[in-house]
Design a binder for this molecule. Structure first.
Ligand code: NDP
Ligand code: 2IT
Length: 447
């Protein structure tokens, strides 16, 4: 069978076996479509059914998470951990708490994580977990009780050399702390079983900033190649969570001006440049809505609806909120307004149509599995520090992060060029991420 036919048949099987999991279908399709030239050159991957195996998670765990709210009522959520691939290291990937979470979202994220983790050059397999629990509006005690119940089941399936979760949407330092505490209590082990830990108990410096900083480092490398820099550039950043905040911080440090940010309700536009301390206060400390910014800074305007952010004129756009937030319409608006670079801080924030439109309009497009790999990369460095029972300085962790992001840029550029698609970083990232995993699977036999 030709490579193209193999890919079509694997994709059809994925649709049939995973009905209704649209985000998973979307993520698989994008990766498979990039791989034709690799399969042409490596028929051994076809013979060994690497594609058929790589789209099937090694293990899917789904469980009940019962907990008691502040009113004394019993609540029931659903928990997930999808252990997708351990070909190049222990399973590794974040945990998402958001009401939209269902199996299809966790599978898409776990699948992407395989290739992202491979791109970091560190020994980490791919996984993702989460729950349809909504942390918004919950008290600290409710969040703690939920995290304890979630970890009471999850702790049977993870371990420092087996599977190491971390944060994602709705899971930050607070939630990692509660989950770590419960793991330690049940298993009677003080080990690096989660990353993104507090600095006093095994966390790594730079992990909080890593995804956002890494995103800006890789864009900076791309700009350098064009003889440019962030200096004087206008930037829009969607979202106002962990990734968005630290992407904004690094853009500002490098001389760029971030003029817009958002949350799931709407976006703020501040032509004088976003005052990040205010955003940190509202989002990290008070856990309130981004709209509040405008009552403090009169130069800013709030618009209801988060998709409108793509109509703001900018040189560089960094989608850092959630999947499929940048669609065809948004991509057209960006291109029309002269945007030159889009780099994904979130996982799969651009729809396939959006990505096509951006590339047709010669907008440089860096996909999430390369551009947001800085977070998991520093998670890998946290694991290394935990193994050494030693903590690196901020400068050392930051320098390692920068080095990893520069290497990712070089590797995805080289892979795109090698397979005749110079400048197509989607293809470059998928191929560069895939080959290492596929070769490892070949070496391990049929497992
Ligand atoms: P946070 O929970 O800290 O922030 C999420 C932000 O995105 C919030 O501003 C939130 O708004 C917004 N958002 C979430 N869901 C939606 C939605 N359905 N529609 C519109 N806006 C939404 O999460 P992170 O910053 O950690 O994660 C952001 C993205 O980055 C995700 O795609 C995540 O998978 C990805 N990522 C995260 C990494 C990390 O290390 N944390 C690493 C690599 C990727 P609101 O407050 O209104 O919900
Ligand atoms: O999507 C991601 O890469 C993350 N949420 C971070 C995963 C991690 O293990 O640090």
């Amino acid at each position: 069978m030709s490579s193209k036919k193999v890919i079509e048949s694997v994709y059809e099987q994925v649709l049939k076996r995973n009905p209704g999991e649209n985000e998973f279908h979307q993520a698989v399709k994008e990766v498979l479509e990039s791989l034709t030239p690799v399969l042409d050159e490596n028929p051994q991957y076809i013979d060994s059914r690497i594609l058929e195996r790589i789209v099937e998670p090694e293990r899917v765990i789904m469980f009940r998470v019962p907990w008691i709210d502040d009113a004394g009522k019993v609540q029931v959520n659903r928990g997930f951990r999808v252990q997708f691939s351990s070909a190049i290291g222990p399973y590794k990937g974040g945990i998402r708490f958001h009401p939209s979470v269902y199996l299809g979202i966790i599978k898409f994220l776990g699948f992407e994580q395989i290739f992202k983790n491979s791109l970091t050059g560190l020994m980490m397999g791919g996984a993702k977990g989460g729950s349809d629990f909504d942390p918004k509006g919950k008290s600290n005690n409710e969040v703690m009780r939920f995290c304890q119940s979630f970890m009471t089941e999850l702790c049977k399936h993870i371990g420092a050399d087996t599977d190491v979760p971390a944060g994602d949407i709705g899971v930050g330092g607070r939630e990692v702390g509660y989950m770590f505490g419960q793991y330690k209590r049940i298993r009677n082990e003080f080990v690096g079983v989660l990353t993104g830990k507090g600095l006093q108990w095994g966390g790594s410096l730079v992990r909080t900033e890593a995804t956002g900083y890494g995103l800006v480092y890789i864009v900076d490398e791309l700009l350098k190649e064009k003889g440019e820099s962030f200096e004087g550039k206008t930037v829009t950043v969607s979202g106002s969570g962990n990734v968005a905040i630290y992407a904004t911080e690094k853009v500002q440090q490098l001389g760029g001006k971030v003029v817009a940010m958002s949350d799931s309700n709407g976006y703020i536009f501040d032509p004088q440049g976003i005052k990040l301390d205010t955003v940190k206060q509202i989002k990290e400390i008070e856990r309130k809505r981004i709209k509040e910014y405008c009552s403090i800074h009169k130069s800013a305007k709030y618009t209801e609806g988060c998709n409108g952010i793509w109509t703001v004129k900018c040189d560089i756009a960094l989608p850092c909120a959630t999947q499929n937030e940048l669609d065809g319409e948004g991509a057209k608006a960006l291109a029309k307004n002269g945007c030159k670079v889009v780099a994904e801080g979130a996982n799969m924030p651009t729809t396939p149509e959006g990505a096509d439109i951006l590339m047709e309009n010669k907008v440089a497009f860096l996909p999430g599995k390369a551009a947001n790999a800085g977070g998991v990369a520093v998670s890998g460095l946290e694991m290394a520090q935990n193994s050494q029972r030693y903590a690196w300085t901020f400068e050392r962790a930051d320098a390692e992060l920068k080095n990893i992001m520069v290497n990712i840029y070089k590797n995805i550029s080289a892979a795109a060029e090698q397979y005749g698609q110079k400048g197509n970083y989607i293809v470059g990232a998928n191929i560069a991420g895939f080959v290492k995993v596929a070769d490892s699977m070949m070496a391990h036999g049929v497992v």
